[in-house]
Design a protein around this ligand. Structure first.
Ligand SMILES: Cc1cc2nc3c(=O)[nH]c(=O)nc-3n(C[C@H](O)[C@H](O)[C@H](O)COP(=O)(O)OP(=O)(O)OC[C@H]3O[C@@H](n4cnc5c(N)ncnc54)[C@H](O)[C@@H]3O)c2cc1C
Length: 667
């Protein structure tokens, strides 16, 4: 069926990782000193990998396009990180985390990788606590947990609504120790423009110094891509503005397969779009669904009055509210997985129940939680639990302690007090499950080129459960790659320094230089954002939360036309030998315009609905996704073709040994 080999070790699922680690080849400490590794990206995946590889003794060169590794997009992660430690004694286990992740991903992920992820999840928390990451603690000083969607236990470790920031500071500190030792050479404000492949192996990269514009050649015995996700293909997303696909796309064009590009996560709780001139969307963390209840009015007429500003949600009686997630999915309620919650919100809004001016918002309401917590606190502190003012103030304090920074962020953006009025939220693009295809060792189809974190097609199948991206990124960087990369590098101990004077480096540099020359000298008339916005609209309207054959075919055509127009008519101010943000953006948008076509082709090819990939043709009468396990239980691993309209599809069959595949129900 397939030209690809996922290299999954033999043996029982629970022994695979232990046996594999015990048997793969190693590089001895003295040999590690002679081996160079390039890591592109300093988010949680890249920073943890760089720090660990350097600690092991490899010579690491780390690259990021920001002015500091600390500014990687990972810093934005809010809600938390999962680990199956069962600290709450609520029935959690490695197996349950594994099972939840496979089911959450709608049975489209690789069993062996997900089992390993669950196995190492506990180590991540220990590692981060040892680094001093200030995870939330309960009254007795023990690590606290909360819940995220698609699970019935509390396994999410968190640091208020700033978990990514705290974890990244931990990884960054670990990295800095190695920078001080001289084991990591840090290249900030450097963008990888191409990978250099020599005799079939990744041997280095071409990087551009974003400040001077100079192109540089860097060689290494292995290249690790940790460049994050490509949600910004939609223009508007919750990702950092700079997040892009270019590093992943460049290796794809040199031979790395790109897996499941159409698997995108649309997060249900984001601040709705407010106008045409917006460049970014803001996430309201899923953790809020622990306490917030989602609703819209039961009657369309009430929704209409709310939209016109003639009725306040506070005046709508309880029995006139539709808590549609609790109604449709009583077992998981507001904590159903993201794909399901997003679709349910869209369904209500499409039917006319939306509550903001554009009709594209639902409520996330904390009033019940405030009263519930307030009454509890009043009882504990000997105050009157029947005094509504006392209860409100005490309850508000509890909610503030848990989610204060998120509430503050909401108020600043929307200019409305979310303690008083329910938040208005709507789904937005958030995460990409698709990415560079990797085998069990996290190696791409280019020998010596690895991909970790959100950049790889990861362990999340067709839908990622909340708080599991940080888990996967740190698992990859701290606990998986540092072992598996040795298996490949053990063959490189006699290679010696790799020269950057080879024809391969020369050619790669020339191709990059030509592309840049062409862009800056283009006598076009439209800005880069003009094209990015247009692409985003095509993607959102035709390849977004729901897709159909007709729209996807139109999208492919429109993207092809837009790409041609971009190369003819884009205008880049300034020149190439200076800090030129528009030029950097143009190279990224150029890659998005290529990925967009593959994305739509992938979505068109997959004639089923699964996880975040919802094809309107494949749904039940009540709007649930219909998977087709007989024909689509595989990973689509696309091979690049010079003719972008004809990429080559390789299929990695997904054989489930342990888990019985069922209809995915959260009812
Ligand atoms: C608002 C928000 C909140 C989130 N909250 C959570 C959460 O609570 N829990 C959870 O598990 N997940 C969360 N996620 C998802 C999670 O944050 C990301 O999936 C994860 O941080 C990605 O980490 P990464 O290391 O793979 O990539 P990133 O953090 O995106 O880092 C990418 C790195 O690659 C570098 N880079 C990229 N391209 C190049 C190039 N060409 N050359 C040089 N450098 C390059 C960048 O400079 C950067 O250093 C959230 C996501 C968002 C958007």
């Amino acid at each position: 069926m397939s030209k690809i080999n996922s290299n999954i070790p033999k043996g029982p699922l629970s022994d695979k990782w232990t046996n594999h680690k015990g048997r793969i080849n190693l590089v001895s400490p003295s040999n590690k000193r002679n081996i160079d590794v390039i890591v592109v990206g300093t988010g949680l995946a890249g920073a943890s990998a760089s720090a660990t590889l350097a600690e092991l003794g490899y010579n690491v060169k780390s690259f990021c396009f920001q002015d500091s590794p600390r500014r990687a997009h990972s810093i934005a992660a809010q809600g938390g990180i999962n680990a199956s430690k069962n600290y709450q004694g609520d029935g959690d286990s490695n197996y349950r985390l594994f099972y939840d992740t496979i089911k959450g991903g709608d049975y489209r992920s690789r069993e062996a990788n997900v089992f390993r992820l669950a196995e190492v999840s506990g180590n991540i928390i220990d590692q981060c606590v040892a680094q001093g990451v200030p995870f939330a603690r309960d009254y007795g000083g023990l690590l606290d947990n909360r819940s995220f969607g698609g699970v019935q236990v509390s396994r999410t470790f968190y640091a208020k609504g700033q978990t990514g920031q705290q974890l990244l500071l931990g990884a960054y500190s670990a990295m800095n120790r190695q920078v001080a030792r001289g084991k990591i050479k840090m290249y900030s404000r450097h963008e990888m423009m191409d990978v250099v492949v020599v005799d079939g192996k990744a041997r280095g990269i071409i990087a551009r110094d974003l400040v001077s514009g100079k192109l540089e050649r860097h060689s290494a015995h292995a290249v690790v891509i940790a460049s994050g996700g490509y949600g910004n293909i939609f223009f508007l997303s919750t990702n950092a503005m700079g997040s892009n696909v270019s590093a992943a796309w460049k290796i794809h064009k040199k031979g790395a397969y790109f897996a499941n590009p159409c698997f995108t996560q649309i997060h249900p709780t984001c601040i709705p779009v407010s106008g045409d001139y917006q460049s970014k969307l803001t996430l309201m963390s899923e953790s809020l669904r622990n306490d917030g209840r989602i609703w819209v009015p039961k009657e369309k007429s009430d929704a209409e009055l709310i939209r016109k500003g003639e009725l306040s949600p506070l005046d709508l009686a309880e029995e006139k509210r539709d808590y549609y997630l609790e109604r449709r999915y009583p077992a998981f309620g507001n904590l159903v997985p993201r794909d399901i919650a997003s679709r349910a919100a869209k369904e209500r809004c499409d039917k006319g129940f939306g509550v903001n001016k554009t009709g594209e918002a639902v409520y996330l309401d904390f009033s019940h939680a405030i009263i519930r917590y307030g009454k509890e606190k009043a009882k504990i502190s000997g105050k009157d639990p029947l005094d509504s003012n006392v209860v409100y103030n005490l309850g508000k304090d509890v909610v503030k302690q848990k989610y204060g920074n998120l509430f503050q962020m909401y108020e600043k953006i929307v200019d409305e007090d979310p303690y008083k009025f329910p938040m208005k939220i709507y789904p937005a693009v958030h995460y990409t499950m698709g990415g560079v295809w990797v085998d069990y060792n996290l190696m791409t189809t280019i020998p010596g080129c690895f991909a970790i974190g959100e950049a790889n097609f990861s362990d999340h199948g067709a839908n990622r459960l909340g708080a599991s991206a940080l888990m996967q990124g740190l698992a990859d960087g701290y606990f998986v790659l540092p072992y598996t990369i040795g298996d490949y590098l053990s063959d490189e101990i006699s290679t010696g320094k790799i020269s950057t004077d080879s024809p391969e480096f020369e050619k790669s540099e020339k191709v990059v230089n030509d592309q840049i020359e062409k862009l800056v000298n283009n006598k076009g008339k439209n800005s880069v954002d003009y094209y990015h916005k247009k692409l985003g609209k095509i993607m959102w309207n035709k390849c977004g939360m729901s897709r159909n054959e007709k729209d996807l075919k139109t999208a492919i055509k429109e993207i092809q036309e837009l790409r041609a127009d971009f190369h003819k008519n884009v205008k880049i101010p300034g020149n190439k030998n200076e800090f030129n943000e528009q030029l950097a953006k143009a190279t990224r948008v150029s890659d998005f315009l290529e990925l967009g076509e593959l994305f739509a082709i992938d979505a068109l090819e997959r004639n089923e609905s699964c996880g975040g990939h919802f094809r309107e043709e494949f749904q039940t009468s009540d709007g649930e996704a219909i998977r087709d396990d007989e024909n689509f239980k595989f990973v689509s691993a696309w091979e690049y073709n010079e003719d972008p309209s004809k990429p080559i599809l390789n299929k990695e069959g997904l054989d489930y040994e342990e888990i019985e595949i069922k209809t995915r129900s959260y009812k």
